[in-house]
Design a protein. Structure first.
Lengths: 401, 466
């Protein structure tokens, strides 16, 4: 039945996706919630909480404030705290109760911005969407607001000297869509940067892990954007529209696909054309393995398995995604029942997913554990593998066995 | 606009319905920012209300932990994804995922209704998929249901008809009510006994109700009851649903935490069980009064507590000699009457310097005034004010902390890992409890712990996969 999770976990929601995306940017994020959102996010979805300060708060809305629609208290409390703590920006984040009572976050944000002189966003989250949507709306918003400057004259001009300098200069590549919800804190981001460097690129901003607001502000100056999750796609498209910066989608997993993806990046930069880096990779055969999770992550894994081991993987995506990110044969599976049905299809010989999905795996189908922070939270942090630019057989599994 | 009395004025927090437009502000909230000397502090809420920070100290139980105490039961939460996230991972981390399921409320349910159908069909779907048949199902609704005006009676009546072999009880995840009316913690302590059906009384039984942790085995409560031929029963003793049902046989319910008062009242109304409040306190006279009441009920002479007092004093003195003038920090999660406990420590020569709490129960007012008058330089620190995100968690000298939040905020690995009055052995109640806490203080002073790891585990005393 739709909307029922009898046996498995629940994905992180839009509020937490926003918090995760904005965590390192120096802003003050306020979830307009009674209680619980803050401790849930900081306990299960935010592995940086203990060691890295960030201003994530709740408004502590009460029953009577909800019933009476007391926005004044929210405005007063946020204004007072912002004036004292002086964040780089303020983000108000909706939750189920503000959704029920119709809080006008855009208007509240406008008032707070006028009161404080600090940029203020009002995010219409409601706790009823996936984290992927939250990451997407947060990254698009900060890029839209702060990345207003494109390439400098010296690098984008048409004069001979400018072209000469551009030729000498390495291609600067931003990474967009990175949060611990998809990448945990297992060194994946450092590995992606290293892979970029090894392939002759210059890593730009890593939005938004290992990233400051000034890095975001310079995002428009890069030559290319590497989209590593659905959450980064809207921001990349915005940068393309605003500055003409092309993007490539994919995560450099395994060795063969990492090499392939580097080539696709060069192609995107040279041809000034956005592309999905794994779309031209596939493996044939009647037997296949299902992989449930975030679409870019699992499709990149599929490409790595296809190139390295000749294994065909079909992505089961229970989260928000985009048509351009899904390959032929991949499936949108929003419900527990959808996944249960998919892994029972003829030819499905294996199931790659977070360990919390194991109850859905039939006995005659091999289950491969691949922890996903956005599903099981922190409990597998110590065993969550870094798959970036290394042989799959070493970092994860040899599916040929 | 409504203005409210601050939270934690008492266990039953009050809403003041003054309307805007000339109404006086009915606030008793203090104006401290995040740290204030107790001499300057207001009772019961020393700090401003406003945005709230959440520290990583996670040992306090939540409604999932508490609900799991009912044997052979299954929990089904009917909430938005964001609300489900915290509860499902509580169940996961305590290794009880097999007793948890969810029905996700989505936008269309808010916009077009159909909540009753979703819940009835959803529960049926869950029960059809489970590999076992629960004896009872706890169905948790959330704040949204209160705005949807759904027909709760219809849902539960339908489920009871459809599944006559299963008991259903309504439970609540309603954080909007944490500052008004019956709080979620209080409500959970009521609902966890709501499934118990009436039975004939057995005069020799006494329940202790409403505690997340079992009262530890050395407590004088047991010996006093036993001397009167009574047997103490707690939900933690029940390994089957039938044993849980047998809690109806006790003619008396004792509760030792203020949060269980509504529960005791409800059981009296429903099952005719009398109740007795024997608060978890640290003042010797108040403890004696508890034991006098219990002894009277059991028909025995009140115990001579002089030897017990002597034991507690000796244990505290021994700890004080070892710990000396090492500064001590305590927090509200350590026990329910933290000021009573602080006073006990100070009266035995300990150097308590910091108290972490955002409010106090009404019963603590006398201890608050005593501390204010006699030790005005003790610092009160908020645990939730926004500034606490950037609080200096380093101390120049060794600190001993009592409680996880005090340990976190003072950055010390020398701490007593007790939450809600309970450590490894259960709830430390009575003189023997004081003796055990004094021993734990000595151990904590001499042997550092992995504070970062321990405080981040949820539900102290539960299994933890973290």
């Amino acid at each position: 039945m739709k909307q029922v999770a009898a046996l498995v976990s629940t994905y992180s929601s839009d509020e937490f996706g926003i918090c995760s995306a904005l965590y390192e940017l120096g802003g003050m994020v306020v979830m307009h919630d009674a209680s619980g959102c803050n401790s849930t996010y900081t306990t299960h979805d935010e592995p940086r909480w203990y060691d890295m300060d960030s201003m994530i708060y709740i408004s502590a809305i009460s029953e009577m404030e909800a019933i009476m629609g007391d926005d004044e208290k929210l405005i007063r409390d946020v204004t007072e705290t912002a004036l004292e703590l002086k964040p780089e920006f303020i983000a108000l984040v909706g939750a189920p109760i503000p959704y029920m009572i119709g809080t006008d976050f855009a208007a509240v944000a406008d008032i707070i911005e006028q009161n404080t002189g600090i940029a203020c966003f009002g995010f219409e989250a409601n706790g009823m969407q996936h984290y992927t949507r939250g990451v997407s709306m947060a990254l698009e918003a900060v890029v839209s607001r702060f990345a207003v400057k494109g390439k400098t004259e010296s690098t984008s001009g048409s004069s001979a000297s400018a072209q000469e300098e551009a030729g000498r200069r390495k291609t600067v590549v931003n990474i967009i869509g990175a949060t611990p919800l998809d990448f945990s804190l297992n060194g994946s981001m450092d590995s992606i940067k290293q892979w970029l460097s090894e392939n002759g690129f210059e890593p730009g901003a890593s939005i938004a892990m290992g990233c400051s607001l000034s890095d975001v502000a310079q995002a428009g100056e890069a030559d290319l954007n590497l989209v590593v999750s659905y959450g980064g796609l809207a921001a990349a498209r915005l940068l393309e529209k605003r500055f003409g910066t092309p993007y490539a989608v994919g995560i450099p997993m395994g060795t063969a696909f990492s090499e392939h993806l580097a080539g696709r990046l060069r192609e995107a930069a040279a041809q000034h054309r956005s592309l999905t880096g794994y779309m031209d990779v596939s493996a044939s055969g009647g037997i296949w393995i299902a992989a449930a999770g975030e679409s870019v992550y699992q499709a990149s894994l599929a490409a790595a398995a296809a190139m390295e081991q000749g294994i065909s993987i079909r992505v089961l995506c229970p989260l928000d995604t985009d048509e351009s990110l899904m390959r032929p044969g991949d499936m949108i599976t929003p419900e527990e029942d959808d996944i249960m049905e998919a892994v029972r299809q003829n030819g499905c010989a294996g199931f790659i997913a977070d360990p919390m999905y194991r109850p859905l795996c039939p006995d005659d189908v091999e289950f491969y554990e691949l922890p996903h922070e956005a599903f099981s939270g922190r409990i597998y942090d110590s065993v969550n593998p870094n798959l970036i630019n290394r042989p799959l057989a070493e970092s994860f599994n040899d599916f040929r066995k | 606009m409504l203005r409210r009395l601050s939270h934690r004025k008492s266990d039953q927090e009050t809403v003041c319905g003054c309307m805007a437009g000339g109404a006086e502000q009915c606030t008793e909230t203090g104006d401290g920012d995040s740290v204030i000397a107790i001499s300057e502090a207001h009772f019961p809420a020393p700090f401003k209300e406003g945005l709230e920070y959440s520290s990583p100290a996670r040992g306090i139980w939540n409604i999932v932990h508490t609900g799991m105490l009912i044997p052979e039961s299954h929990q089904i939460f009917v909430c938005a994804e964001g609300c489900l996230r915290g509860v499902v991972l509580t169940a996961v981390e305590m290794n009880r995922m097999g007793r948890y399921s969810a029905i996700e409320v989505r936008e269309q349910n808010v916009l077009t209704g159909g909540m009753e159908e979703l819940m009835i069909d959803g529960v049926a779907d869950v029960l059809g998929k489970l590999p076992y048949r629960p004896r009872a199902v706890l169905i948790f609704i959330n704040c949204q249901h209160f705005f949807l005006a759904y027909d709760q009676d219809f849902v539960f009546d339908s489920l009871k008809k459809r599944f006559p072999d299963i008991d259903f009880v309504d439970c609540y995840m309603i954080p909007t009510l944490r500052k008004s009316g019956i709080t979620p913690d209080q409500k959970m302590r009521m609902q966890m006994y709501e499934l118990i059906r009436p039975q004939p009384f057995c005069e020799n039984l006494i329940n202790i109700i409403g505690t997340n942790r079992k009262v530890f085995a050395d407590s004088e409560i047991y010996s006093i009851a036993e001397s009167g031929g009574r047997q103490i029963v707690q939900i933690h003793d029940c390994s089957t649903y039938d044993e849980y049902q047998n809690m109806a046989c006790a003619p008396l319910n004792i509760f030792v935490e203020p949060l269980a008062k509504n529960s005791a009242e409800r059981l009296k109304e429903r099952l005719g069980q009398q109740y007795m409040y024997l608060p978890t306190v640290f003042g010797y006279d108040r403890l004696d009064e508890n034991y006098r009441k219990l002894a009277e009920y059991c028909g025995v002479k009140a115990p001579d507590t002089a030897p017990l007092r002597g034991e507690a004093d000796a244990a505290l003195d021994e700890a004080a000699e070892l710990i000396g003038d090492t500064p001590i920090a305590v927090d509200y999660s350590f026990t329910f009457e933290i000021l009573s406990f602080t006073r006990l420590l100070i009266e035995h020569g300990f150097n308590v310097r910091e108290i972490y709490a955002d409010g106090f129960a009404a019963e603590e007012e006398e201890d608050f005034r005593w501390l204010k008058e006699n030790h005005p330089d003790i610092l009160l620190s908020s645990c939730v004010r926004p500034q606490k995100r950037f609080a200096d968690r380093h101390r120049d000298r060794k600190y001993l902390a009592l409680g996880q939040k005090a340990a976190y905020f003072t950055g010390t690995d020398y701490f007593v890992n007790v939450v809600e009055g309970a450590g490894d052995e259960g709830l430390y109640y009575g003189y023997k409890g004081i003796v055990r806490i004094a021993e734990l203080m000595r151990e904590a002073f001499e042997t550092p712990k992995d504070m970062k790891k321990l405080v981040q585990r949820k539900g102290r005393g539960c299994e933890s996969l973290v």
